[in-house]
Ligand binder design. Structure first.
Ligand code: FUB
Length: 324
């Protein structure tokens, strides 16, 4: 597999790639952007995705297989619209497509659709995960087989509306000198039927052990969580949104607190930046998106990937996207 810095999928607009290795292939679970002419706004109304496709690629080939549409919003009883960034988790012999969407009241929830194969098709559960909210679910299976779901996104993703513990339609971001809004992590029940306990905050600290502040937009969490483990450490990576970085923080357990480390990816072409990290045949790859094909139209994105390298001390070599 030759790392590349060009759009991986050109037939469709794809974004938010979650990559996993199943059956010795890399499977990619992205959003499917729709090329409408709507305006951008801070509520994310331009991201009107309706369905999911699954893709795979394997060693020795640049070919990407598109398995076609594996789930459409009309199949999911609780969904009204906006099927955003999905992920997949293999547990108990079932592939669980985990995805956020707005419910019939316009509130983002997280649902699960189940399949026997990594390429789907997936059968949606009739209702969303009880107690789920906001967007960008990322699943992580620890060495003890426990499954965690990290999630949350500001603005269109509604995360700041839960600062009091319940949904407040007028909920706003904290003052700049208050601690940032934290993403959430929920431990799943072993049968994947729901959260074992109520999701809790994922706290991110600076190098002095102080909580990152809401005004620290170069480092604070905005959306796009990803979790992976390397040499026994838990790496929590995410997008800073308004400053467009993919950054990471490290802890010695899946709940944190995590300590901020640095940047993984400098800003790409387009407002959003979103990623996943996967190990395959001894190398680490970063999957991400930008707007190269559309030349910067924010809701017409394309997935890319490149190799991601660690330094000897376990930090990452920062990647700077290159454009001609
Ligand atoms: O694709 C819609 C939203 O854009 C995702 O949920 C965010 O992470 C951002 O990529």
């Amino acid at each position: 597999m030759k790392p590349q810095n060009k759009p991986l999928i050109t037939e469709l607009f794809t974004a938010d790639p979650s990559a996993h290795v199943y059956e010795d292939k890399i499977y990619i679970y992205p959003s499917h952007d729709i090329p409408h002419n709507g305006e951008d706004n801070d509520n994310g109304d331009e991201y009107q995705m309706e369905d999911y496709h699954v893709f795979s690629m394997e060693e020795g080939s640049d070919e990407v297989t598109d398995y076609g549409m594996v789930l459409h919003q009309t199949q999911v009883p609780w969904v009204s619209n906006q099927m955003w960034a999905p992920d997949c988790v293999f547990k108990n012999g079932i592939y669980h497509l985990v995805f956020p969407a707005r419910d019939k009241d316009g509130i983002f929830r997280i649902g699960i659709a189940e399949g026997k194969n990594p390429a789907g098709p997936f059968t949606p559960r009739p209702d969303y995960i009880p107690g789920s909210f906001s967007i960008d679910p990322c699943s992580f299976i620890d060495d003890d087989e426990k499954v965690y779901i990290y999630f949350g996104g500001l603005w269109g993703g509604q995360l700041e509306k839960y600062r009091t513990g319940t949904f407040d339609p007028n909920g706003a971001e904290p003052e700049k000198n208050e601690h940032a809004v934290w993403p959430k992590v929920g431990l799943m029940k072993d049968d994947m039927s729901g959260f074992e306990k109520e999701p809790v905050d994922v706290v991110i600290l600076d190098e002095n052990g102080n909580e990152l502040l809401a005004g620290d937009e170069d480092r604070r969490y905005f959306e796009d969580p990803w979790m992976h483990k390397h040499n026994g450490k838990y790496y929590f990576s995410y997008s800073t949104g308004t400053t467009h970085y993919i950054v990471y923080a490290v802890a010695d357990n899946p709940y944190g607190p995590f300590t901020y480390q640095g940047r993984i990816l400098e800003p790409v072409l387009g407002w959003t930046t979103h990623h996943s990290i996967v190990e395959y045949h001894g190398k680490t790859y970063l999957f991400y998106h930008d707007c190269e094909i559309s030349q910067g139209i924010n809701h017409r994105r394309n997935v890319k990937y490149c190799e991601l390298e660690y330094n000897e001390d376990g930090t990452f070599k920062t990647i700077t996207p290159e454009y001609n």
